[in-house]
Design a protein around this ligand. Sequence first.
Ligand code: IMP
Ligand code: MG
Length: 180
Amino acid sequence: MENDILKILISEEELHSRIAQLGEEITRDYAGKDPVILGVLKGVVVFYADMIRQIRVPCQMDFMCLSSYHGTQSTGNMVVRQDMSVDVTGRHVLILEDIFDTGSSLDYTYRHVCSKNPASIRICTLLDKPERRKPGITLVPDYVGFTIPNEFVVGYGLDFNEHYRNLPYVGVLKPEAYQK
Ligand code: IMP
Ligand code: MG
């Protein structure tokens, strides 16, 4: 698995120190608000597990699952495979995502959460690839871990055909790994 990695883009140490900083910001911003921390499965799981432990205010955890993505190409067709289970009416919702790429999934998630009448919605994405943004996507993430160039990345929850999610860092695959 590690042999398929061309380069490490973000190391474990960089991930952990940036997540600690984000945690401090979020802890300050959500004091007294009892937010619902909503993870979008499944790419977010590793980031979510580390992030939630840096949020030092009372909060609730929830998840939803969308599907749309195949290989390295997004189809843009979204389906809610699993909806959230907490009633977020009148609640402060913080959406956690692994990556803001074309923006389709987060745009869809944002509107889906909006339809449930929360008190507020903010977005925290570990990675942002602004160069890939689809025209017409005006959504801007409130918290960004790292802004990255237009390269397909794996690890720390991110996959290529469901593999590499368990790598502890964010890396770029060797071109030959895409042929597998
Ligand atoms: P978007 O809808 O194009 O913003 O894509 C969002 C989803 O596509 C993410 O939640 C990821 O699951 C997947 N994705 C986008 N870029 C990458 C990447 O570089 N590596 C792995 N998955 C990605
Ligand atoms: Mg995802």
